[in-house]
Write a protein that binds this ligand. Structure first.
Ligand code: SAH
Length: 225
């Protein structure tokens, strides 16, 4: 747990966002095959309800994706937990996320002590996510850009996580992985997607594994204010 993570005192004990409700979510994730205690502990302590609109706060600890405006969603907790577990396998220090959205996935990674770089194409979502990072005292570097080009300036990364779906893995993102690094991304169209793990071997060759069927919003080109 990152000691810099300051939790809001008012975020605990609030009925629908109480510790008991969070513990229930952690039990659900365990039943659904999440085993990494570090990840489960972050899900237990990070206030997911601060990453959605107040009107949806009472549903923040359900294992479901929720709307965050601009036609986008905060990913389902199981998906966040599973992708995080996959990244932790390579003991990463520095990670790039494409698709900041609410900022929840980035905050999970930062709470685990990783150095996080995150890119979002919708300016309004990024502004809200940055506010949340400040509230939580999290030092997460973020950029308003089309994340399909990655963020070469800070690469190579030990891990890359893409939280929007594309028909194929994006070559620029694979190139910004260090040898031995891992990329996890949803691959597919609007009707069927697979969570794919790509490992870049020391000799430069890559190995791909399909992990699960998932449903993400699409990875789009260009930027929006
Ligand atoms: N990781 C987010 C998930 C948000 S949904 C969370 O935890 O809340 C995926 C996000 O990817 C959306 O906010 C969408 O705007 C963004 N996105 C889609 N295409 C993108 C691109 N090319 N570059 C950067 N972000 C993109």
């Amino acid at each position: 747990m990152n000691p810099r993570l300051r939790l809001q005192p008012q975020s605990v004990g609030l009925g629908m966002t109480s510790q008991r409700v969070r513990d229930r979510l952690v039990e659900r994730l365990r039943e659904a095959g999440i085993t990494d205690e570090r990840v489960l502990n972050v899900v237990r302590t990070l206030p997911r309800h601060l990453f959605v609109d107040e009107a949806l706060a009472s549903r923040a600890y359900e294992d479901t994706a929720l709307p965050i405006g601009q036609g986008q969603t905060i990913s389902q907790p199981w998906v966040v937990a599973r992708m995080t577990e996959v990244l932790l396998d390579v003991a990463p220090a520095k990670v790039l996320e494409v698709g900041t959205g609410s900022g929840y996935q980035a905050a999970v990674l930062a709470a685990l002590g990783l150095e996080v770089y995150t890119v979002e194409r919708i300016g309004e979502l990024l502004r809200q996510a940055r506010k949340r990072f400040r509230t939580l005292g999290m030092n997460i570097r973020s950029k308003h850009d089309d994340g399909r080009v990655g963020w070469a300036e800070h690469g190579p990364y030990d891990a890359v996580i893409v939280t929007a779906a594309a028909p194929a893995l994006v070559p620029a993102l694979v190139e910004q992985l260090r040898p031995g690094g891992v990329l996890v991304a949803p691959v597919g169209g609007s009707s069927s997607q697979n969570l794919v793990r790509l490992t870049r071997r020391e000799d430069g060759s890559v190995e791909e594994t399909r992990l699960a069927a998932v449903a993400f919003v699409p990875l789009l080109s260009g930027m929006v204010d």
